[in-house]
Design a protein around this ligand. Structure first.
Ligand code: NAP
Length: 310
């Protein structure tokens, strides 16, 4: 029997994904029609991105799962019409990209690269940076991406402390949870990386109170979500020099408006939500595997817990 798979995402997504998805489905031995238009009651799976016009999932009575092209699902998880299982994207290539972004930006600040890259006065300043082993890092969020980034930093000898909602045991990386755990992780962190989902519990997690827990001059890397940070509190902490630099990839409003103070702040680096992208060939294989599982009645991968919101 052939499955009907509705692709509900932007035109650009379709151009990128149509061929790799068809290849991945064929490789997984799945007979399917991949389409952008189908009668809702005939649809077996929906490949979805919030850029799609589809917002009402009620008529999709036969649909076994909504498979998100995005890792972050905050724009769909609270949709009241969604009763079907929702799976977020966990793409090995996306993880690879995130690890590279985090390690690259952590090393930039750790090594003080800016001093030598931008040195108009040709100042010969032979100050050596400390070793990574002397630069504590707090990784807020120890899921797919946070754990991979934490492991990569730990492999370079950064003393990484992880923080997550539930307790974790990871070799070589002490992990904390809860309010006290957050305070402990922040109190020594010279670099803080935020790889949390946006939920009501994580919104404004970095605020005036929690930023004040950081040692003077700490650096923040936020490739998670803009709403994790109270922007006014961060700008104030940067003004006071309490936070040394913030490298931000994600923002409450994207694209970041041209007049936003982050663009011109000398201690803020803006990257335009490029920390990690799903890559169509590998992401398509993940989707095909979930379609195979869903059709066979096997447990789906990367299911979102609607209650937790991620
Ligand atoms: N900038 C980009 O290009 C880009 C690309 C992809 C993803 N992202 C962002 O990265 C986020 C993380 O992705 P992921 O795949 O690593 O997600 P994930 O596997 O679901 O991991 C989320 C982590 O956050 C922790 N967490 C959630 N709520 C928490 C809370 N209230 N307090 C403490 N910890 C909490 C979870 O704790 P538990 O382990 O206890 O559940 C888990 O460790 C995504 O949600 C998305 O927003 C950004």
């Amino acid at each position: 029997m052939s499955l009907t798979i509705l692709f509900a995402a932007s035109d650009a997504n379709w151009a990128e994904y149509a061929a790799p998805l068809r290849t991945a489905l064929a490789e997984a031995g799945i007979a399917a029609s991949l389409t952008r238009d189908a009668a809702p009651e005939t649809v077996d799976f929906i490949v979805y991105a919030p850029s799609s016009a589809l917002q009402d999932f009620t008529p999709f009575t036969r649909c076994k799962a909504i498979l998100s092209l995005w890792a972050g699902v905050e724009r769909i998880v609270a949709n009241p019409t969604l009763t079907q299982p929702l799976c977020r994207m966990v793409d090995p290539a996306l993880t690879e990209g995130m690890v590279e972004w985090v390690v690259g930006h952590a090393l930039r600040h750790h090594l003080g690269m800016d001093r030598h890259i931008v040195n108009p006065g040709h100042v010969w300043d032979p100050t050596c940076p400390p070793l990574a082993r002397e630069r504590p890092v707090a990784m807020l969020g120890m899921g797919e991406l946070g754990t991979a980034a934490a492991r990569a930093l730990a492999a370079l000898n950064f003393p990484v402390t992880g923080w997550s909602r539930s307790p974790k045991h990871i070799d070589g990386i002490p992990c904390l949870h809860g309010e006290d755990g957050l305070a402990k992780a922040l109190s020594t962190a010279q670099i803080v990386v935020t790889l949390l989902p946006k939920t009501p519990q994580t919104e404004n997690l970095l605020n005036a109170r929690t930023l004040a827990l950081l040692p003077q001059g700490a650096v923040i890397l936020n490739p998670g979500r803009g709403a994790l940070i109270d922007d006014d509190a961060l700008l104030a902490a940067l003004e006071q020099g309490h936070v040394g630099h913030a490298t931000l990839d994600v923002f409450r409003l994207e694209p970041l408006p041209p007049d936003h103070p982050y663009w011109t702040h000398p201690r803020v680096t803006v990257t335009p939500h490029i920390a990690a992208d799903t890559r169509a060939p590998s992401a398509s294989r993940v989707i095909a595997e979930n379609i195979r599982r869903g059709a066979a009645g096997e447990p789906l991968l990367n299911r979102v817990d609607r209650q937790r919101g991620y």
